[in-house]
Design a protein around this ligand. Structure first.
Ligand code: F0G
Length: 460
């Protein structure tokens, strides 16, 4: 690695500290549960040595990050560690575990734009990470710390993606991993990943919130490193998606960024990055960051609407977008702060709206998992409410790959996704979006007839 790059790291990122988001107590180190010893709230990383508004340094950072793209060094090839100047420094950079995460593309969604009534719409696809979700960007940061701090076991409660990601990075790091997942409530794709990467996988008869509660008890008894998004080092890794996005946009700030909300770590991380970029002079203004939840798992929406953000409204969550089936989100305070500082909206969408949005994202040749599709469904609502104007620039953050939950996709196209559920009545809106597979005789005439039929209907 270049001498200059190392010098930069020590000048900008050494000496990060932790601060409680509620009582602002500061700490050099965290307890094993990453909570404030005074008030029990979550901690965040901050960097006392950073100088704000230094435009010369902002320019140097931009140059340095671009320069690293030419390098074959593992740290430079990672879309997370390429931005290491704004991350907690490692004591020994050789302890970094990277699967070359990040580096995710921005795609055009022309059909979705038209459907939403916008001139143009883009998506940053975090599902293009090594294990198929945005979790990898946080996992590389937190697992590297776990390794440096000499833990043997790492653990998480998960709706699926965190467990898949943690298991992969733990395997690479030579660590043991413990996964707690709600029995029957995560997609097979994600469960199979955790198994394949060698995690000790426990399916508990509870929901995600129950798994997380139980895990807090386990870490009180055993020296296990907690890798849920309450771990502030994970969020530091996740925030790099916003650095990368702005770099890809040549530092032109979009008007809106829209993310799904579950445990609310990701919205918190991206918002933190936006504020940091503004403070460091990398961008001149903040985009509005809006958070979308499923109607059946909407604690943040209810917290804002029913208490004005004063206290968390918890609930028993129910949505087919299983990744965000969460009723007691850990990072609610951090997410509220992001909504507040960026002026973003919080909205909810129905199961049918999610399914339709997912099919629309698919029809642009992109695809995503159901939880990611809440972004498009929410955007359509925000356009109708005139919160988003047709000529404004919007980036959806797609959080998971389309192959994470193929069962949902197949059921949608076969027409039985909502059979026997409360949402059966709403499936009228899917007309023209479902594409059932045809079962035909092995006869070229049959295939030619099918093609001609399809051509006729697409002409209408
Ligand atoms: N989208 C996907 C695909 C997810 O897997 C998650 C969360 C979210 C959105 C919500 O992000 O929790 O940061 O607000 N999945 C976690 C898991 C909870 O265990 O994989 P969040």
């Amino acid at each position: 690695m270049a001498e200059t790059a190392e010098a930069f790291i020590s000048a900008t990122s050494r000496g990060c500290k932790l601060r409680c988001v509620a009582c602002a107590s500061e700490f050099e180190r965290a307890e094993q549960d990453f909570r404030c010893v005074h008030c029990g709230e979550l901690l965040e990383v901050f960097y006392p040595s950073w100088k704000t508004g230094d435009s010369k340094r902002a320019g140097e950072l931009r140059e340095l990050w671009l320069e690293r793209r030419k390098s074959f060094h593992a740290l430079d090839q990672s879309g997370v560690w390429r931005f290491r100047d704004l991350l907690p420094a490692m004591q020994d950079w050789r302890n970094v575990i990277t699967l070359r995460e990040g580096n995710t593309p921005i795609f055009e969604l022309p059909r979705c734009a038209k459907g939403a009534g916008l001139r143009r719409l883009t998506a940053k696809h975090q599902g293009m990470n090594p294990t198929g979700s945005f979790k990898d960007t946080g996992m590389t940061a937190a697992i590297s710390v776990a390794r440096e701090e000499k833990f043997r076991w790492v653990a998480c409660a998960s709706t699926g993606n965190t467990s898949a990601s943690m298991a992969a990075y733990a395997a690479q790091a030579g660590l043991q991993s413990l996964v707690l997942i709600p029995d029957g409530k995560i997609s097979w794709g994600k469960l199979s990943q955790a198994l394949d990467y060698g995690a000790l996988t426990c399916q508990l008869r509870t929901d995600f919130d129950g798994c997380l509660r139980l895990l807090r008890e386990v870490i009180r008894r055993l020296p296990v490193y907690l890798l849920n998004s309450v771990n502030p080092y994970r969020l530091e890794g996740q925030k790099t998606a916003a650095f990368e996005l702005l770099e890809q946009l040549e530092w032109q700030v979009p008007d809106h960024i829209i993310v799904p909300g579950g445990n609310l770590g990701n919205s918190s991380a991206l918002g933190k990055a936006l504020v940091e970029m503004r403070d460091l002079g990398l961008i001149s203004r903040l985009p509005k960051l809006s958070v979308i939840q499923a109607e059946g798992a909407n604690p943040l929406v209810r917290t804002v609407r029913e208490t004005g953000g004063k206290s968390l409204v918890t609930m028993k969550p129910d949505t087919m977008a299983s990744a965000i089936q969460i009723g007691n989100p850990a990072s609610w305070r951090k997410a509220l702060r992001v909504l507040d500082v960026t002026g973003g909206a919080v909205e909810q969408v129905t199961e049918a709206e999610i399914a339709l949005a997912k099919a629309e994202i698919g029809s642009d040749g992109i695809g995503c998992e159901p939880a990611s599709a809440v972004t498009l469904a929410g955007l359509k609502k925000l356009v109708r409410q005139k919160f988003v104007a047709p000529e404004e620039s919007v980036v959806l953050i797609l959080t998971g790959h389309v192959l994470k939950d193929p069962e949902y996709t197949l059921k949608f196209h076969r027409g039985d996704l909502f059979t026997g559920t409360l949402y059966e009545q709403e499936t009228g809106i899917f007309k023209g979006h479902r594409r059932e597979p045809l079962i035909l005789d092995a006869d070229p005439d049959a295939v030619v007839r099918a093609l001609e039929q399809a051509e006729k209907s697409s002409a209408h």
